[in-house]
Design a protein around this ligand. Structure first.
Ligand SMILES: CC(=O)N[C@H](C=O)[C@@H](O)[C@H](O)[C@H](O)COP(=O)(O)O
Length: 227
């Protein structure tokens, strides 16, 4: 196993992302968020956008999973080979990309993209999948690590309020590559359970780095203002 993946075994990766139009959507802000979660013990960082990745790479020596969300089609996480090569160029250790079965905007197959990233950059590839079958296909296509990132985010995958830990468990048992649990992990207990069920590592984003959503959880629990 690569040293980068070995360093993540049994550990927490924190996804540091803000969304278009949000106050925290700023590379230097995300760099500071990444430094803050590193101080809390994050073993790795997952981040979006070339400038965010460059700044985080310069500031931190932790394993860095990079992606580039682009376009308004179904496939938007590092959708093409050009995006993947650009992410690799930021110094990210792992290039995360959409590995669902849906067609990519550049018409390339997942196997073609994985091979090109390996040959041209030497970086690892994290395959973001939504189903068991996509996880199996991604491992066959040469992905170094499979993430359950997109479970619940394709029209055909199982949705629910929490993480799909059954999917995590099945993939962890069956795949020859490490599986990372990612998506809607909102509590420390869920993160620990994902590891217990076989995940190599766990990625948590919203619950740690998205204050607008976390605040909404609390405001909704508090109910309507009392008049
Ligand atoms: C579906 C999609 O676009 N997921 C993205 C992938 O990078 C991010 O928006 C998520 O925040 C990330 O996966 C972490 O998940 P959560 O924020 O639920 O802990």
């Amino acid at each position: 196993m690569s040293p980068v993946l070995a360093a993540l075994r049994g550990r927490l990766v924190v996804s540091c992302q803000a969304y278009p139009g949000e106050p925290m959507r700023h590379p230097d802000t995300m760099r500071r968020v990444a430094q803050a979660v590193a101080a809390g013990g994050a073993a790795g960082i997952r981040a979006q956008g070339l400038e965010d990745l460059r700044l985080i790479r310069a500031a931190l020596d932790l394993p860095l999973i990079g992606l580039w969300k682009d376009g308004d089609g179904d496939v938007f996480i590092t959708p093409t080979l050009d995006h993947a090569l650009a992410v690799a160029g930021t110094g990210a250790d792992v290039v995360a990309l959409d590995a669902t079965g849906r067609p990519r905007p550049d018409g390339r197959t997942l196997a073609e993209i994985v091979r090109a990233v390996h040959e041209r950059t030497g970086r690892l590839v994290m395959a973001d999948v939504s189903t068991y079958e996509e996880g199996v296909a991604a491992a066959e296509a040469g992905a170094d690590v499979v993430g359950t990132t997109l479970a619940g985010y394709t029209p055909y995958s199982r949705t629910g309020p929490g993480p799909d830990l059954d999917l995590v468990a099945r993939l962890s048992t069956d795949l020859p590559v490490p599986v990372i649990a990612e998506g809607r992990i909102h509590t420390p207990g869920q993160a620990a359970e994902a590891l217990l069920r076989g995940a190599h590592a766990v990625v948590v984003g919203t619950a740690i780095t998205h204050p607008t959503t976390v605040t909404r959880w609390f405001t909704e629990a508090c109910g309507e203002p009392v008049r």
